[in-house]
Every structure is written in C-alpha cells, then in structure tokens.
Design a protein around this ligand. Structure first.
Ligand SMILES: Cc1cc2nc3c(=O)[nH]c(=O)nc-3n(C[C@H](O)[C@H](O)[C@H](O)COP(=O)(O)O)c2cc1C
Length: 370
C-alpha cells in the first residue's frame, strides 16, 4: 500500500512536502503548472515586486563548480535578480494557476523597498489573486542589497521585525520569512520575524561566493564585459551548511516549545535522502531550486519514491512522525567527551556515530605515512 506523503503546515495541506524553491523553476504560469502536474506539493514562485522596470538582469549570470572526478555539478553560483515580469502579469498568472490547479500550494515570494505602503500593496494584490501563502524574500544576496532590498534587510534584525509586521498587519494567509545565511546567527533575524507574526521560516537562501577565476583572462567568474560581482552559491555543496542553519533554528524553536512555527528547509536538495535529512532535522517542507534546474521537474518522482521507501523501512505512518526526530542527538562537545569516557550511557547513539579515538588516530597516521 502506498504511503500518505501529505503534511499540513500552517493549516495548508501539501500533498507531499516537496516544494519548488523560488527561482527559475517557478518563473511563470507555464513552469509552475508543469511543476504541479509533475507532482510537486508546492511552488514558491520567483520573487516579484511592484515595479519590475527597476530589475535589470545581466548575462552570463550562472557559474558551476564541477567535481574533479565525475564532472558532476556540485556547486552553482548565480547573480540573477528577482523577476523582471510585471506585477500585472504575475497577478494574472496567480489567478489562472489557482483556477487550473487548486490543490497545488502556491506561495508568492515578495520583495520591496523599505516602504510600508509598497509592501502592504504587494501583499494585498497577491492575496486577492488567491495565492496560498507568502514568502518574504529578506535574503537575495546580490544586486538587490545595492537597492537596500533582499539580504540588506535580512541582515538587520530590526528591519526584519519591522517589515514582517507591515506584512502580517494585512496578510490573511500564512507568512514565511526567508533568511540569508550570510550572517553570524540566522536564529536572530528568524526569531524577530516570528516575533512580528511570521508563521514559518524558510532557509537558506544562497551563500555569497566566488565560483572561480578564469586562468586565461584572469577575470573572476561569471564575467560580464570583463568584470564580475559576488554571487549566490547553491546546490549540493551548500547542503551541510544549510542543514546546520535549519537544524539550529528547529532546535531553538523546540526548546522554546514554539511548535506552531514551521520550517521550510533548503540548500542542495537533489535526492530524497537529502530531503529526508532536512526533515529529520526539523523541516516540515523541503524546497529545491537548483535541483530541478539541473534535473528537470521529474526529479520529484525520486523524491516521492525515496520518501515512501524510507517511511516503509522505519514504519512511519505520517510524514510528521519523523520531522525533527534527529534533533535529540545533538549535544555539546563537552558532553560527547563525557560520553566517550563512559560517564553517561551512549545507548541512543548509533554505532556509526561512535567513532572511536583509536580509529581517528589510525586515520591520521595513515594520512601522515601515505
Ligand atoms: C538561478 C537562481 C535564482 C534564484 N532566485 C531566487 C529568487 O528570486 N528569490 C529567492 O528567494 N531565492 C532565489 N534563489 C535561491 C533559491 O530559492 C534557494 O534559496 C537557494 O538556491 C538554495 O537552494 P538550492 O540549493 O536548492 O538551489 C535563486 C537561486 C538560483 C540558483
């Protein structure tokens, strides 16, 4: 019998926890409908704003980091801005998508300048068009911060709190705030967003990076007319960092008994095993953006099949049965040391996790002698 992969998050029923992350795979009605028809539980549309005439994209705007051995793409950098489509086009698309595909959870990603009236106007327009939820883009790390938008807001907890409040004053649907990882502690702005009424946190947006330098031209990549700018890093190489941020927030929410706040985790999800890791560490839904860019929307078939097999193996009935399950196995380094010395029983910790000191010494020794 096939498993029920659905999950209810902030009152919204996702047919499965897999959501297209804001970016090229959710750039208009055609792409969003394709994602729903392929089986994605939700789509966060490409970020829209009130005045698209201010958005000027450049080309090339992508760069890739390849595995030295397999030539597989392991890291991806972009300097793409938010959507350059007009708000009128987006509103028309949102209405038509909901009419054609009412069960697909459609989330509008929105961004504006530091202007209360503009944010509230954008919220009202999108919610009247029938979207199911909002994701506030406080996190795009390139281009927009030069206009004091995106990560320029997300880096400043005061502004995150203020702008989230503007939104929640007028929003009648769930609001998720999307965090930038380019800060010391993501939990600080995330908690301020929650304090201003956000129902959920999405994390992470891309990590500021330099994908490389062209050794023939001596120019950093991607190169636009001889010059470059720092860009946003994504794909599988960022996953360990994303898992750290998402799990830290989940742990803080759990410790504070804030069980009604949802987490939408992302960063390097390309396979079901990646998505399950995010869920075990507290994410209720899992987004992927670069994954479907590289693999196509059909990627969701493996996500669903892998999740089902995992639930079968561990005898989980519902997806929510295991969200956050692995958070209990984090502790302090000092406690690990006490466990190693046998001061406490380590019965909850799996054999694989119990690397013995002898093995580590042997590995170090092998490195030194090879
Ligand atoms: C080409 C590209 C464009 C993106 N555009 C947006 C955007 O408009 N709004 C947004 O919130 N995030 C945007 N992102 C960030 C992704 O939604 C996501 O947070 C990030 O890429 C990490 O997830 P991933 O490794 O699954 O791609 C973009 C990412 C890429 C690669």
């Amino acid at each position: 019998m096939s498993k029920d992969l659905s999950i209810v998050v902030n009152g919204l029923k996702f047919e499965n926890p897999f959501v297209i992350g804001s970016g090229p795979p959710g750039t208009n009605k055609a792409t969003i409908l394709k994602a729903f028809k392929e089986g994605w539980g939700g789509v966060v549309a490409k970020t829209c704003s009130l005045d698209a005439s201010k958005v000027h994209n450049v080309a090339p705007r992508y760069g890739k980091l390849y595995s030295r051995e397999t030539k597989e793409v392991i890291g991806f950098q972009n300097i793409e801005l938010i959507s350059d489509r007009s708000i009128e086009d987006w509103i028309k698309d949102f209405k038509e998508i909901k009419a054609e595909c009412p069960k697909g959870i459609l989330i509008a990603s929105i961004m504006e300048e530091y202007d209360k009236a503009a944010w509230q106007k954008l919220v009202i327009l999108c919610q009247e068009a029938g979207v199911d939820a909002f994701e506030l883009n406080f996190s795009c790390p390139h281009g927009l911060p030069e206009r004091k938008m995106g990560a320029a807001m997300g880096e400043n907890p005061e502004i995150v709190a203020e702008v989230t409040k503007w939104v929640t004053e007028v929003a009648t649907i769930p609001v998720w705030a999307k965090m930038t990882p380019n800060v010391t502690d993501v939990n600080v702005p995330a908690m301020r967003a929650i304090g201003s009424g956000a129902h959920g946190i999405s994390l992470i947006n891309t990590i500021l990076a330099v994908i490389g330098v062209d050794l023939d031209t001596l120019r950093p990549l991607p190169t636009v007319k001889g010059y470059s700018t720092y860009g946003g890093y994504s794909a599988q190489a960022v996953r360990p960092i994303a898992l750290r941020h998402a799990s830290k927030l989940a742990k803080a929410l759990k410790d504070a008994s804030m069980n009604n706040i949802s987490i939408s985790g992302m960063g390097g999800v390309e396979k079901s095993s990646d998505a399950i890791e995010f869920m075990l560490l507290g994410s209720h839904t899992v987004q992927s953006c670069t994954g479907p860019m590289l693999q196509g929307y059909k990627m969701v078939h493996e996500l669903k099949a892998g999740l089902e097999a995992f639930m079968e193996k561990h005898n989980f009935t519902n997806v929510s049965d295991f969200v956050g399950h692995s958070l209990q196995y984090f502790t302090t380094h000092a406690h690990l040391n006490e466990l190693k010395q046998g001061k406490f029983e380590a019965k909850e910790i799996s054999k694989d996790a119990q690397w013995s000191g002898e093995n580590i010494d042997k590995q170090t020794n092998d490195l030194a002698t090879n």
